[in-house]
Design a protein around this ligand. Structure first.
Ligand code: FES
Length: 154
């Protein structure tokens, strides 16, 4: 399941980590970076590869919101809807995104370009409202800024 580069990385990591269970997070990252998401088959492979119970792997994948057990869009927009962002107008941002993209929170566009998700506080309360796309933070959002961001990603 892992490509040759990732197999090599895993062998390097095995030398540095005290137990195979400690490798669960880095290996799941490798799988997600390689495949775009972590399928049930991939979870089974990771469990077998690391000799860790399958239930543990499912628990990890479903606990951390940064892991995806289903395919997601090319651009994954995660909008913070927690208190600071709510007080600073995230509802307007969400509504604007839903209108522009033709999807609602939790959905992926039919063309596979966009996934829109709700996120808990992303640690950027001072620049609310905000969202992330991948590892990029977009802050102090207005509907105009959202339009500019979407336009750049088309
Ligand atoms: S509440 Fe939105 S970043 Fe903290």
């Amino acid at each position: 399941m892992l490509n040759d580069t990732n197999k090599q990385k895993l062998e390097e990591l095995r030398k540095r980590y005290p137990t195979s269970q400690a490798l669960v997070l880095p290996v799941l990252w490798m799988v997600q970076e390689q495949e775009g998401y972590i399928s049930e088959d991939a979870m089974k492979s990771v469990a077998a590869m690391l000799n860790v119970p399958f239930g543990h792997i499912i628990g990890v994948v479903t606990f951390y919101t940064m892991f995806h057990s289903k395919p997601i869009g090319k651009h994954h927009i995660e909008v913070c809807t927690n208190v600071s962002c709510m007080l600073r107008g995230c509802e307007k941002i969400v509504g604007h995104l839903e209108h522009k993209l033709g999807i609602t929170l939790g959905q992926t566009s039919k063309d596979g370009n966009w996934t829109l998700s709700e996120a808990e506080c992303l640690g950027s309360c001072g620049t609310a409202p905000m969202f992330t796309i991948g590892d990029q933070y977009h802050e102090n959002l207005t509907t105009q800024k959202v339009d500019e961001i979407l336009e750049r990603l088309k």
